[in-house]
Ligand binder design. Structure first.
Ligand code: NAD
Ligand code: DAU
Length: 343
């Protein structure tokens, strides 16, 4: 393993992973293949753009020629696939791109991995494939995805397994929990609430706010993928969780307290359709590889809040133009019919 293709490397976790791998593996090259959708942003990779071991290619994982050209030109031996449509709310508004990228795009990459005889194909997946759980999910639990996003991700995972079993493609999969940290697009709840609070805008809390997510800091997520690339068993799936399960209202409270903002900013709005109440992962398999999450919930959230406070240049550019249109579609009516809520 030496020459990595990181698909979706201009997004949130992908760009952090590029930085992480360049820092930790002096003799690796890292090529990013990214379509630069609304979520892709070359600002996320500014600090590595002059590194001679890094290259950027704009392209679509659904386009076999884009993928083959990148594999050939950069002598790739390993694909790490972060490319995806990733926002549950957008998958409820329109699932088309989710099916294309998360399912068909995964198939195109697997075909290329087979054709080029790659050393490894690694799929970045999510705890959402297990659906709403009442106890920590293990890797052998059934996949019961409940949103179009989760169903598309689960379909990608099934295709990865099929290519391993049928075509002997050397695959691994990581399924991670809600990740936070620098460069996360401000549509996901943590960066949305931090940046809204910084602008004294309302924080739209879905339903009763008692839904539970397991929070993971982005460098912990990146380290886990690195560990699986080097020590994971071919054909296996690994859960990557932060062991930081919290209700959404607890997340809101920390954001407001840390930024010294009034709880009056929180608005209870109409819930997400099909909203999963709880995600939770058993991470024993990753612990057996020697990995564990290094960040507590408070550390993960505080570091993230501080980054957004200090990097308004990054998110203020994003929160204009097309973003405003999305925001109005997603929150306009919700906020007009919202209620104040005490958190
Ligand atoms: P993101 O939305 O920030 O970034 C996605 C990236 O993929 C963007 O750069 C986008 O331009 C690119 N992309 C989209 N469609 C593409 C296509 N057809 N071809 C090439 N590039 C394309 O996503 P993220 O939050 O960084 O998530 C990355 C991966 O991690 C996804 O597979 C997601 O399902 C998974 N994941 C995310 C989380 C989380 O909390 N964010 C948790 C677990 C798993
Ligand atoms: O669990 C891993 C998944 O985490 C990833 O696979 C997804 O790509 C990522 O988007 C994330 O999905 P969630 O749906 O859990 O994340 P989101 O930030 O959208 O929502 C987190 C919680 O906050 C969820 O219970 C819904 C709630 N929420 C979200 C938004 C955007 C609100 O209350 N208000 C909001 O405005």
């Amino acid at each position: 393993m030496k020459n990595l293709l990181v698909t979706g490397g201009a997004g949130f976790i992908g760009s952090n992973f590029v930085r992480y791998m360049l820092e930790h593996h002096a003799n690796y090259t890292v090529t990013v293949l990214d379509k630069l959708t609304y979520a892709g942003n070359l600002d996320n990779l500014r600090d590595v753009e002059n590194d001679p071991r890094y290259a950027f290619v704009q392209g679509d994982i659904c386009d076999a020629d884009d993928v083959r050209d990148a594999l050939r030109a950069h002598h790739i031996d390993t694909i790490v696939n972060f490319a995806a449509e990733t926002h549950v709310d957008r998958s409820i508004l329109d699932a088309d791109a989710f099916l294309r990228t998360n399912v068909f795009g995964t198939f195109v990459l697997l075909e290329a991995a087979k054709e080029f005889g790659l050393e490894r194909y690694h799929q970045i997946s999510t705890d959402e494939v297990y659906g709403w759980v009442d106890k920590p999910a293990t890797e052998n639990d059934p996949l019961i995805p409940r949103s179009p996003y989760a169903a598309a991700k689960a379909s990608g995972d099934l295709m990865v397994n099929a290519y391993h079993v049928t075509h002997h493609v050397p695959t691994t999969i990581t399924r991670a929990s809600n990740t936070v940290g620098p460069y996360q697009y401000p549509e996901k709840v943590v960066p949305l609430f931090i940046t809204n609070a910084l602008e004294n805008e309302p924080l739209p809390l879905y339903g009763d706010g008692k839904q539970i997510r397991d929070w993971l800091y982005v460098t912990d997520h990146c380290e886990a993928v690195d560990v699986v690339l080097h020590q994971g068993k071919i054909g296996e799936v690994y859960n990557v969780g932060g062991e930081n399960e919290r209700h959404n209202v607890e997340v809101v409270k920390i954001i407001l307290d840390t930024l010294d903002k009034s709880p009056d900013l929180v608005r209870r709005v109409q819930d997400r359709s099909g909203h999963d109440r709880r995600y939770s992962l058993s991470i024993e398999k990753m612990r057996a590889l020697g990995w564990h999450p290094r960040h507590s919930f408070e550390q993960a959230l505080t570091e993230t809040i501080r980054w957004y406070e200090n990097n308004a240049w990054w998110w203020q550019k994003i929160k204009s133009g097309d973003y405003r249109e999305y925001y109005e579609k997603q929150y306009g009516e919700r906020l007009r019919t919202s209620q104040a809520v005490i958190v």
